[in-house]
Structure formats: C-alpha cells, structure tokens
Write a protein that binds this ligand. Structure first.
Ligand code: G6P
Length: 360
C-alpha cells in the first residue's frame, strides 16, 4: 500500500491534495446530459415527502452534517436537525410527523450510526446513507445511498471525505430547491468549479501553511478556533483535525461565545485561529479577535478575499459565501498536518484512534 502513496510522505497529505479532483468528480457524477445537477429521483421524492430531515453522524461527518443543515434550511427550505449518533441512539428527540433520516458516514460502518439506522428502520421511516463506500453496511441497510466519490480515504483524520460530504450536501439541497420551483441566485456547477480552483490554489501554498503551523502551533499546549455562522462549524472541524493528529488541546467556538467562559483560558501567546469568510459577520468576528488579543492571544485570521483586512494571516481565494466551508477547511487541514509533522506525531495513524469504529 506504500505504492499507492506514491511520492507522498503521508496519505493525509495525498488526500488533502486530491480535493480539487474530488470536487470535479462530484460535479461530473451528479450532472445529467444537459449539464444540470441531478440526484436519484427516488431520493428527491423521499425528501419531498418529508417534513423534516434528521442528519445522524459521528466525528468529522457530524461536522459535515452541521453545514448540511445550513444548506438544507437556507437553500431548500427544509427544517433540519443534526444529531450525534451515539446520543440519538439512546435519547431520541421528539420526531416530526414525516421525518426522513440521512446518515452521514465516510466508511458506512460506524457502529453508533448503524445502531440508529436499525432503530429507525424498525419505526418504518425512510432512510438515506451518504457514504464514500459503495456496498458498505449502512449503504446496504438504508433505503437509498448518495455516494461521495472521494476515492478510498486511508489516513485516520478525514479530509477529502468531509469536503465531499459538504459538496454533495450542497448538490442535494440545490437539486431539491430547484425541484420545488425555487430560483437560486447561483449556478452550483459553476460555483463548484470555482471552488475546485480555489482549493487548488490553497493546496499549492503549502509553504505558507507550514509557516503558519510553525508560528502558531509548534510548542503550544492549546489552541482555539473561532468563527460565526458556517465558520463556527468549520472551526469545530479545524479543532478536531488538530486534536486528532497533533494532540494539541483545541476547541472550536462561536466567536461571540468565547467571552462567556472560555476566555478565562487565554494566556500570553495562546493561538486563536479565526475564520472570516462571511461578510455579514466579518466585523463581529474581528471584534471577537480583539477581545482575546487584549488578553494576550496570538491571532491568526483567515479571511475571504473581498473583505480581508491588513494583518490577516491568510486570504482565501474568493468563492460564493455559501460555498466558503469547502475552501476555509483546507488551510485548517494543512495547518494541522504541519503541526503534527513538526511535533513528530504519527500523522496517518494517530494514537488511540481508528479509521472506522465498528464497536459502540
Ligand atoms: C472515527 C474516525 C473519524 C470519523 C468518525 C466517523 O472516529 O476516526 O475520523 O469522522 O469515525 O466515521 P464515519 O466513517 O462514520 O464518517
């Protein structure tokens, strides 16, 4: 299997680099002959028949689900709840009258998620599995499957599967919205193409990412990621990546929430990685950064081109704001990778973790 890694030192780096191709593959896989986005009509019908979408997932897939909620609610107008599998399994919330369930799972084998699927099937509700592995357990057992087309993901820390999830969730929400007669103010195929190019530009700036990792994460005990709206969700994924492979204690917070407690942890030099991709809250997040800088934090602002400011540490190539999670996560993956590398951690096989957890 070292052959598949080619010239790459780690699968994780290879998989990060594959992301532009994964996005292009998804555009292709979900396009019909007229060049329009399309999903399995049976899945579209099942979604149309439902009054609420319940997304069930664990780990990184749960973070993908949070973005999915944003897409389905804002673009398609379906109410969505996102739940952690292991919680939902034993503490089921009140369900709507006509729920539909979507299981987000890279491997299609996660026991916590499967356990929920089994319970939901007994209740007779419709189920969809969004997975990277055709023929996986959750794919076989659900009514429908949406494939991620990311290709095999070997590194324990998920990268390209997360990006694929967000892209396929965007496709699904857009197809649903169009089928409901809504007009979208973007062309998803075009925007995803722009995103693929933006992701390429970021993975091509590895030296810069390595510099950021060295500057902010070489010796620190902890790190905080902040963002507002979708940037908050991406912050949580960024923190998880860093924890998983570098063992730095990291948390993702809503920008405005840090001051309600966690700001007590800020010391001289504590790294704060702040995402500012959403113009409407760009000033707010910058205000939150000022609050922690006043307590000694070392800020690393990653902003979207168009509303960047002097002193921002990295400027993301401009994409439609709805698609920003697909690009904002890339620097976070790379920064985590280089932090782990410089701290001599086993990047592809971090301690205590398994690629897929098939026990509850
Ligand atoms: C394990 C992996 C995580 C992954 C989670 C969910 O804990 O280490 O990287 O996000 O399982 O996996 P799934 O295959 O269901 O997406």
């Amino acid at each position: 299997s070292d052959i598949e890694k080619g010239t790459y030192p780690h699968y994780m780096l290879k998989e990060i680099d594959e992301q532009p191709a994964v996005i292009r593959k998804i555009i292709q896989a979900y396009q019909n002959e007229q060049g329009e986005l399309e999903i399995d009509p049976a899945i579209l019908k099942a979604l149309q028949d439902a009054d609420r979408l319940y997304i069930i997932a664990a780990g990184t897939s749960y973070h993908g689900g949070l973005i999915g909620k944003e897409y389905f609610e804002k673009i398609a107008g379906i109410p969505v709840e996102v739940h952690i599998s292991s919680e939902f399994g034993y503490n089921m919330p009140l369900l709507s009258e006509k729920p539909i369930f979507m299981f987000l799972t890279q491997s299609g084998e996660t026991a916590d998620s499967r356990q929920v699927l089994v319970k939901i099937k007994k209740l007779g509700y419709p189920t969809i599995t969004m997975t990277n592995v055709p023929g996986s357990t959750l794919s076989r057992e659900a009514d429908h499957t949406l494939l991620l087309h990311a290709g095999p993901e070997i590194a324990v820390a998920s990268t390209k599967a997360y990006v694929a999830q967000v892209a396929v969730l965007m496709v699904t929400a857009s197809v649903y919205a169009l089928a409901q007669g809504k007009t979208l103010d973007y062309d998803a195929v075009k925007e995803l193409g722009i995103v693929a190019n933006a992701v390429q530009a970021i993975v091509d700036s590895k030296e810069e990412m390595e510099e950021i990792a060295k500057e902010f994460l070489a010796t620190t005990r902890n790190a905080f990621f902040i963002g507002r709206n979708v940037d908050f969700y991406v912050s949580q994924e960024g923190a998880l990546k860093l924890k998983e492979i570098s063992y730095i204690q990291a948390e993702g917070f809503a920008g405005g929430e840090l001051k309600h407690g966690t700001i007590a942890l800020i010391e001289d030099g504590t790294p704060i990685i702040a995402l500012a991709t959403q113009k409407a809250v760009s000033l707010n997040i910058r205000g939150n950064v000022k609050e922690v800088v006043a307590r000694g934090a070392n800020p690393c602002i990653i902003a979207m081109e168009g509303h960047e400011e002097e002193g921002d540490r990295y400027v993301l190539p401009k994409v439609n704001e709805l698609f920003a999670p697909l690009v904002a996560v890339i620097p976070l993956q790379l920064i985590s990778y280089y932090a782990a590398l410089h701290r001599d951690c086993d990047v592809d096989k971090p301690r205590n973790l398994a690629k897929s957890v098939t026990v509850e």
